[in-house]
Design a protein around this ligand. Structure first.
Ligand SMILES: N[C@@H](CCC(=O)N[C@@H](CS)C(=O)NCC(=O)O)C(=O)O
Length: 203
């Protein structure tokens, strides 16, 4: 039986989709990519809602056929059996810890200022909503900085999907008005991720 190719549906500028392409780059896995447009309403069509009723990208058509949503779930699916997902119970739980941190404390506070200030251009960098996101986002960045002062990667001594998940929106933080100067260990980690073989830029 032949399996369908892995297909990623994303948008051109999505950091959540970038995580998936980044991991595939590091793993040397080939993906078919189809980029949709949020402003053209592509995510509101019946066809797309059949793929993801929640109406968000990224979604991945798995080797088995069904579509999978949520970047963290997609990373986990792709990383199983590779060095990007450790097998020891504690290390796996630590990966999950950072994946949940990324979704609950990090991504929204870094992605929203970038979306409204840089991509849509409808908010200024000092808009009260942007300042509120940045206050919370800076707490997340400080937490990452403290961890990276102790070790080179988020879990163990080699990159995992915890690093892949945290990379895109940290890398693009300045587009939302963040200043990464106070976080030297974080900046060195960004450089380390960019230097890894197979690194794929956003564009
Ligand atoms: N928790 C989801 C968030 C996905 C998400 O926020 N996707 C954005 C693009 S980066 C989207 O599809 N936005 C369109 C919308 O919400 O209508 C994940 O990690 O995959």
């Amino acid at each position: 039986m032949t399996h369908p190719a892995l297909e990623l549906i994303d948008t051109i500028y999505t950091g959540n989709g970038w995580k998936v392409r980044l991991l595939c780059g590091y793993l040397g896995v080939t993906l078919q990519r189809r980029s949709l447009s949020i402003v053209e309403g592509d995510l509101d069509t019946e066809a797309f809602r059949r793929i993801n009723p929640w109406g968000q990208v990224p979604v991945l058509r798995t080797r088995e056929g069904p579509w999978l949503a949520e970047s963290a779930a997609i990373l986990w699916y792709l990383a199983r059996g590779t060095d990007f997902l450790p097998t020891a119970a504690l290390a796996q739980a630590q990966v999950l810890q950072w994946l949940f941190f990324e979704q609950t404390q990090h991504m929204v506070n870094l992605a929203q200022p970038r979306l409204w200030v840089e991509l849509r251009g409808t908010m200024k960098r000092d808009d009260p909503a942007v300042l509120a996101w940045r206050e919370l986002g800076d707490k997340a960045l400080a937490c990452m900085e403290a961890h990276l002062q102790l070790q080179h990667y988020f879990v163990g001594d080699r990159p995992s999907i915890a690093d892949v998940a945290l990379f895109p929106y940290t890398c693009m933080a300045e587009q939302g008005g963040y200043d990464l100067q106070p976080y030297p260990s974080l900046r060195r980690w960004l450089e380390r991720m960019q230097a890894l073989e197979g690194y794929v830029p956003l564009l």
